[in-house]
Design a protein around this ligand. Structure first.
Ligand code: SAH
Ligand code: SF4
Length: 410
């Protein structure tokens, strides 16, 4: 090896070291001294009751009651659980809480979108309080809540703002369910005795906030099973969509163990480009990803897989790309969701021109695919896709201003 090529290969290696395929969490969850019951299944609640001396014969009934108060009625204290004896409530209060994340900041966009910066319950030594973002998007026929699965993200997609920050840690089931509970608290969206079946404001959930849900599989599964349980929060699995950048081994498990709708962050139709935009593609290339979609348990014409495609000017937005896209989705029950790129300071990408997005969408539509363009929502409060970034890696005031200005200009 010549000195020059040795230097070049060192540079490549250094670069490879700088941009690892996957990041390692810098922290792990430290259980609270007084744990919250939010995020526990019926069986886990029963187990907790056992740990404070509730007799086995009583555990099942008591855990059903607690489940109902927590997830159906949304109470915020044990004192409100009126069907449980006073002594028992005092006992519960001494050992547990019903805490959910705390709203640190609430922002309401001029289009009605709401973004909450949520402080996760903490307080024990060894862990700093972390924050995640959660966004509510009201539309005429539905209300969608965009939920986070990690503080930061394991992956590093080059067009995503969250991808540029470190992975702090996975969220627990309680912290995931807790986001939905806080949103219901703030929107006054719990069923009460008078309006058990009234229309709820949150009708749909999308796991499209910060983080890669399939790199936190168990917690996301446990949380979504609670959220979709009919005797509790009761949001149907058909109204819950999990978005993944393509963690192939966990796609089948998602269908089998959770049974929710699937969205794939595709963004490119050639491996070479996808390796750059979604580096995880080097580990799970397009062919394997598409096969996992073909095999997705429960996919059908009525339950299509959504393919998300961010429109990047001059990068992936040609009609040639549209043609390849249509070709590659043959045989998959698919719909396509085109997302105008939301810029952030320091990004090397630009959003495609509107005429190009329309031409791309028309091509895909004429080939028989539904291809709505996702209207950016809440841009003025930095709530749009890819703009979420927790305070763990704070933006400077100037950066924030620049981001807001960029997001508002097109
Ligand atoms: N990590 C998961 C889910 C969260 S991201 C995933 O990648 O699927 C939700 C969607 O927003 C993904 O399709 C993601 O690719 C897209 N996205 C990320 N950054 C974006 C940006 N700056 N502009 C538009 N969409 C973006
Ligand atoms: Fe993570 Fe999704 Fe952003 Fe990729 S697009 S870095 S997987 S949040």
């Amino acid at each position: 090896m010549t000195p020059a090529s040795a230097e070049a290969s060192t540079a490549v290696e250094t670069h490879a070291l700088q941009v690892p395929l996957e990041k390692i969490a810098t922290e792990t969850y430290v259980p609270l001294a007084k744990p919250s019951l939010i995020g526990l299944s019926r069986a886990q609640i029963a187990e907790k009751l056992g740990s404070i001396g509730v007799k086995p014969a009583q555990q099942k009934m008591r855990s059903q009651q607690i489940w109902h108060w927590l997830y159906y009625r949304g109470v915020q204290s044990f004192a409100e659980m009126s069907s449980i004896s006073k002594d028992m409530r005092v006992e519960l209060e001494q050992h547990f809480t019903v805490d959910r994340p705390e709203v640190a900041v609430e922002q309401i966009s001029n289009d009605g979108t709401r973004k909450w910066l949520l402080k996760l319950p903490s307080g024990t030594h060894g862990e700093r309080a972390h924050e995640v973002e959660c966004v509510y998007i009201p539309e005429t026929d539905r209300g969608t809540l965009c939920v986070s699965s990690q503080v930061g993200c394991t992956l590093n997609c080059s067009f995503c703002h969250t991808g540029t920050q470190r992975l702090v840690r996975n969220l627990t089931p309680g912290e995931i369910v807790g986001q939905i509970m806080v949103a219901r608290d703030r929107l006054n969206d719990w069923a009460d005795r008078d309006t058990p079946n009234a229309n709820r404001r949150i009708t749909n959930i999308v796991m499209m906030g910060m983080g890669e849900p399939l790199y936190n599989f168990d917690a996301v599964r446990d949380a979504l099973l609670i959220v979709s349980d009919n005797e509790g929060i009761g949001i149907s699995r058909r109204r819950i969509t999990l978005s993944t950048s393509g963690v192939v081994p966990n796609i089948k498990r998602t269908g089998e163990e959770i049974g929710v709708m699937l969205a794939i962050s595709l963004h490119a139709v050639r491996d070479e480009l996808r390796n750059e935009l979604v580096p995880l593609n080097k580990k799970y290339p397009l062919k394997e990803l598409l096969q996992a979609c073909r095999d997705y348990p429960g996919a059908s014409n009525a339950r299509r897989i959504t393919f998300e495609y961010v429109m990047l000017k001059g990068i992936n937005d040609s009609l040639e790309d549209a043609k390849l896209l249509v070709k590659m989705l043959k045989g998959i029950h698919a719909k396509i969701n085109l997302i105008p790129f939301n810029p952030w300071p320091g990004t090397r990408y630009e959003c495609s021109d509107w005429a190009q997005i329309e031409a791309f969408s028309e091509y895909v539509f004429n080939a028989g695919y539904s291809s709505p363009v996702r209207t950016p929502r809440g841009r003025d409060i930095l709530a749009a896709c890819g703009q979420l970034k927790s305070e763990t890696e704070k933006l400077s005031a100037r950066e924030r201003q620049a981001l807001r200005a960029m997001a508002m200009t097109d």
